[in-house]
Design a protein around this ligand. Structure first.
Ligand SMILES: NC(=O)c1ccc[n+]([C@@H]2O[C@H](COP(=O)([O-])OP(=O)(O)OC[C@H]3O[C@@H](n4cnc5c(N)ncnc54)[C@H](OP(=O)(O)O)[C@@H]3O)[C@@H](O)[C@H]2O)c1
Length: 264
């Protein structure tokens, strides 16, 4: 007898997860392995990639480590080529590498603004253009999952660069879903505050208290909270879902980080 839980499985599928040396990307790679996928592990720090790969292998799945800076076009192309050479197919791409700290607008140069956009938006666009034809040719159909942010939904001081970039990533997600339906589904996640290195870089007890007070669910997020959604969106269980940005953020209706007012 078949169970609906079978539709959450990824047996025989191959996924590329960018930024999967640690944090949300690593958690997603391990979740995909739990669900039966082979995973291409990719970021810049090889030692961390090997750690994630070990977790994938411990689940009985194959892991391929491909160091890649998503900002470099040649490395992006190599990432997709290596995945195809090793596994012969591609089903799923998770555009997870990204991020940017909050910073006052008048202290953020045009070059920094451009760099933030390139890191969070252009790289996902470029990776998707590389992956989609290969998914269509080898697997016949597949899924893209873009890791966006609540910073792209709500406005707050200090988030002009990051918020604009993640908002654009969410818009891009909906646009690409139209371009590639019905062959490749494209969805995103509006991530809230998740306990990863990116967050701990500027976390303090005082900030945590402030953030919890603004979070209806009363806690910060875990990597697994995001990985569970990334699994659903990539799996056959979501085969009728495309062009959506799912919120996984503890019920946030505002940004939790308060930056000081600008003194003009
Ligand atoms: N944590 C949160 O609260 C939160 C909230 C909203 C959205 N997000 C989004 O979630 C995603 C992951 O964030 P995270 O919190 O998991 O961050 P993290 O713990 O700092 O992990 C980031 C991963 O991306 C890799 N990476 C960084 N720069 C890269 C580059 N140029 N090319 C390839 N890989 C790169 C890092 O490895 P290397 O440095 O070794 O390359 C690492 O594996 C980001 O898109 C971020 O905007 C996070």
């Amino acid at each position: 007898m078949s169970s609906i839980l079978d539709s959450f499985r990824l047996d025989g599928q191959v996924a590329i997860v960018t930024g999967s040396g640690r944090g949300i990307g690593a958690g997603t790679a391990v979740a995909y392995a739990d669900a039966g996928a082979d995973v291409v592990i990719s970021a810049r720090t090889v030692a961390q990639l090997e750690e994630t790969a070990e977790k994938v292998r411990a689940r009985g799945r194959r892991a391929l480590v491909v160091p890649c800076d998503v900002l470099d076009p040649e490395q992006r192309a190599n990432l997709v080529d290596r995945a195809l050479d090793e596994f012969g197919r591609l089903d799923i791409l998770v555009n997870n590498a990204g991020g940017w700290p909050p910073k006052p607008t008048l202290e953020t140069s045009e070059d920094e603004f451009d760099a933030c956009f390139r890191f969070n938006v252009t790289t996902a666009y470029a990776m998707t253009r590389l992956a989609v034809p290969r998914i269509a040719q080898t697997a016949g159909s597949g899924a893209i999952v873009n890791i966006s942010s609540v910073a792209g939904r709500f406005n707050a001081r200090g988030f002009a660069a990051y918020g604009t970039a993640k908002s654009a990533l969410s818009f891009l997600t909906r646009s690409l879903a139209q371009d590639f339906a019905p062959t490749v589904r494209v969805n995103g996640i509006a991530v809230g505050s998740i306990l990863t290195q990116a967050l701990s870089n500027f976390m303090s007890d005082e900030l945590e208290e402030q953030m919890l007070a603004k979070t209806p669910m009363g806690r910060l997020g875990r990597v697994e909270d995001i990985a569970a959604c990334a699994l659903y969106l990539a799996s056959p269980a979501a085969s009728y879902v495309t062009g959506e940005i799912y919120g996984v953020n503890g019920g946030l209706t505002q940004i939790q980080v308060e930056m000081p007012p600008v003194n003009l």
